[in-house]
Design a protein around this ligand. Structure first.
Ligand SMILES: Nc1ncnc2c1ncn2[C@@H]1O[C@H](COP(=O)(O)OP(=O)(O)OP(=O)(O)O)[C@@H](O)[C@H]1O
Length: 724
């Protein structure tokens, strides 16, 4: 019998034993009548039983995916550890677990061990545990059937490095239309991030396809497991760019057994905090402004006076802080308060309350407290009235004067103050002219005209929210235990600084890729813009350089776009997974463009890929092309940025909307100088498009391809149509 056969049989037998054991436990638990009474202890016991029933039922089809043979130093017995999505105990106390949860400390060895004969270690609650790894084995079980056994490390064969064989097998599969969990093949560099300590702002620069989104989701599952007592799912939030992307990633957490985590866009969440409406057209209009101009001119240049950059800057944050401080100093009306003629509450007394007694409260609360206290004082004074008639008269007068006194205070309301800041309403001398003169004129006038028409844009949200935070308390039930920001290169430092006020202990996972920074008109240009928000001990930086999505050919090709077009050194290191060369196909004639694109689609669809996308440079082109292709492929989905769900299958979309997604095969339409200018931004767009492809990438183009596209035939580039 070959070693492989014996390994297979061994695992087959073990699988049967585990299934029998799970069935037995399930049967026993299902045999216990569900408790519905009022006894608290019984209720807790029932909840525990229900949790166990669910865990057993969930694990039954695929109880585990890996095995690690490990011998702890100084402990006689070598243990076989089976690792699965759900941990399962044997029923007999003291027995070793049937399956170990992938998040448990000992399971970290399965991921962090990279091979060799040296001892390996992991951090357990009782300290560092060291020992020898003998075997790392991946198994694929589907619906209780053992489909594959793959040893990626075996000490008996001399202790080589852990091989990528199983990973490559997994990566070679066609994907369906949703992002999936990767528990069976998490890589050591990813595991480090997943298991990083909670109270730090992690900033992760990861090349396209390095698993950033996936890793962030696994990290949440890990934090919930490791810090059960301190964090809860409903106090975690993921910010992602749009609803369609949220739909695309929405299966991963339930697969990992995690529910209830909010998944939102920043705009939605912030507007809800502020209880205001943000024009839903704004996102589409902004995209149109930046991406739908004449492509030959390339994307417009950006500087500190670009509206989104300025409104996301720490400069504006500082200005707002100064404005609120100035407001605080000048808010108290200059007069004494007189509820009726002859009665006076001196300003000094009110000032004592406002500046001293209520100082610890945020501004809006302070104003409220002072006015309530004045009202109480009035009530006391009223009691001293000589008669009921006088009292009635005074009461009426006092009510009027209290109202007019309250009116002399500024409105501590974020939108009102924000309007004042940009001159959309008069500041009534609250802020000296020179304070707001720091705002660039172009930003000021455009924002003023928007605000005068009550148009609030997404880029206004950080400023508004910051006003809100400075004026009001953030209630403890509004604070998060952890915040994930995906595609963080498109976030501004100001957004993150405001979010920091909403999270306990700077507990962030911030992930992005500067090479995909196509929204540079609002996002960061260097990670220092974000890390500078935190003190050194509160932040950690990780770089993910290995890319798992695409074949070597696609990654090498995309790397050259980056090197030549962006002069970036954030290049991806591919996993050794070879596929077809990237194909560059010139249109046979400008008039044949649509026909050629159809031809490419037919050829790729013949290969039975599950997801194929045509990426155009602009939305206009996507719409026109969709109309042309639709008769032949009625199932072709046009994605224009307004959709809430992602269908998979055949898609057509502008390249700038493809960020974050992936497709088995990608056709880049119009990959030529008429559509991609010789600018870093356009090269980034091209990079984003190319890195969406898992297995196959074709670029169809007019006469000239951009300088940064490598058109020389080689092992990674093929020219023209594939041989029939
Ligand atoms: N360790 C892994 N094992 C198997 N597949 C992996 C692994 N890491 C990442 N992948 C796969 O690589 C692909 C890219 O992952 P993901 O979308 O999370 O990357 P990303 O860094 O967010 O990409 P991008 O920035 O390009 O949008 C996914 O199909 C994911 O399942």
């Amino acid at each position: 019998m070959s070693a492989f056969q014996s390994a297979y049989q061994e695992e087959q037998q073990r699988l049967q034993e585990v299934i029998v054991e799970i069935d037995r436990q399930l049967e026993r638990l299902r045999g216990i009548p569900v408790y519905t009474g009022h006894d608290f202890t019984e209720q807790v016991l029932e909840a525990g039983r229900e949790e166990k029933r669910q865990a057993l039922a969930k694990s039954l089809p695929e109880p585990y995916f890996g095995r690690l043979d490990f011998q702890e130093n100084g402990v006689g017995e070598r243990k076989r550890l089976y690792i699965g999505k759900v941990g399962l105990d044997k029923e007999e106390a003291g027995e070793y677990p049937l399956v170990i949860d992938w998040r448990a400390p000992v399971a970290s060895l399965f991921y962090s061990f990279t091979g060799g004969t040296e001892p390996a270690s992991f951090e357990a609650p009782e300290g560092i545990i060291e020992g020898l790894v003998y075997l790392k084995r991946n198994v694929v079980i589907r619906k209780q059937i053992l489909e594959r056994v793959s040893d990626t490390y075996d000490r008996e064969s001399g202790g080589p490095a852990v091989s990528d064989e199983f990973l490559v097998y997994r990566l070679g599969e066609n994907k369906d239309h949703r992002l999936r969990d990767i528990v069976s093949t998490i890589q050591a560099e990813q595991d480090q991030i997943i298991r990083a300590a909670r109270n730090t702002a992690l900033i992760i620069q990861g090349v396209a396809g390095s698993g950033k989104t996936t890793v962030a989701l696994h990290r949440l599952a890990y934090l919930l497991y490791q810090y059960k007592e301190q964090v809860s799912a409903d106090k975690m939030i993921i910010f992602a760019p749009n609803l369609m992307f949220l739909d695309y990633i929405s299966d991963v957490l339930p697969e990992l057994g995690v529910g209830d985590i909010q998944q939102r866009t920043f705009a939605d969440w912030a507007a809800e905090q502020l209880d205001i409406h943000v024009t839903s057209q704004d996102r589409l209009e902004t995209m149109a402004q930046w991406f739908e101009g004449d492509p030959r001119l390339g994307t417009p240049d950006v500087d500190g006076h670009t509206s989104g950059r300025y409104k996301g800057s720490l400069e504006l944050m500082k200005l707002i802080q100064t404005c609120v401080e100035t407001l605080e100093a000048g808010a108290l009306p200059g007069d004494d308060f007189s509820p009726w003629d002859g009665a006076v509450l001196p300003r000094e007394t009110i000032a004592e309350w406002y500046f001293k007694e209520y100082r610890p409260y945020p501004l809006a609360k302070r104003k409220e407290r002072v006015l309530t206290r004045i009202h109480r004082w009035v009530e006391m004074e009223l009691k001293k009235s000589p008669s009921a008639a006088v009292m009635k008269e005074r009461k009426k007068k006092a009510a009027q004067r209290e109202k007019s006194y309250a009116g002399k205070w500024p409105k501590f309301e974020p939108l009102a103050l924000y309007k004042m800041l940009f001159g959309a309403v008069k500041s009534s001398g609250l802020w000296p002219e020179e304070l707001t003169s720091a705002i660039p004129d172009s930003v000021k006038s455009a924002t003023r005209s928007d605000l005068k028409q009550n148009v609030v844009r997404e880029e206004d949200l950080p400023g508004l929210l910051y006003f809100h935070c400075l004026l009001n308390d953030i209630a403890s039930d509004q604070r998060f235990d952890h915040i994930v920001i995906d595609e963080a290169q498109d976030f501004s430092p100001f957004q993150v600084a405001v979010l920091d006020m909403y999270v306990r202990g700077h507990s962030f996972t911030i992930l992005g890729d500067l090479s995909q920074g196509i929204h540079a008109y609002r996002g960061v240009h260097a990670w220092e813009e974000m890390s500078s928000l935190f003190s050194e001990e509160n932040t950690a930086y990780y770089a993910l350089t290995r890319s798992y999505r695409s074949t070597m050919e696609i990654i090498e090709f995309a790397n050259r776009v980056l090197e030549n077009g962006v002069r970036s050194d954030l290049l991806a290191v591919p996993v050794f997974r070879s596929g077809d060369a990237v194909r560059l196909i010139p249109y046979s004639d400008p008039a044949m463009r649509e026909e050629d694109i159809k031809q490419a689609m037919r050829a790729l669809l013949e290969k039975e890929y599950r997801t194929v996308a045509v990426l155009t440079r602009t939305l206009q082109e996507a719409k026109a092309l969709h109309a042309a292709l639709n008769p032949e492929w009625p199932e072709l989905n046009l994605i224009d940025g307004s959709e809430q769900t992602y269908q998979g299958g055949l898609s057509i979309l502008p390249v700038y909307l493809s960020k974050g997604f992936e497709f088995d095969a990608v056709v880049m339409a119009d990959a030529d100088t008429n559509h991609y200018a010789d600018k870093a931004w356009d090269a980034k767009l091209m990079y984003v498009g190319c890195t969406r492809a898992l297995h196959e990438l074709w670029l169809l183009h007019g006469t000239h391809v951009p300088r940064y596209v490598d058109a020389e035939p080689s092992e990674i580039v093929a020219k023209g149509w594939p041989p029939a």
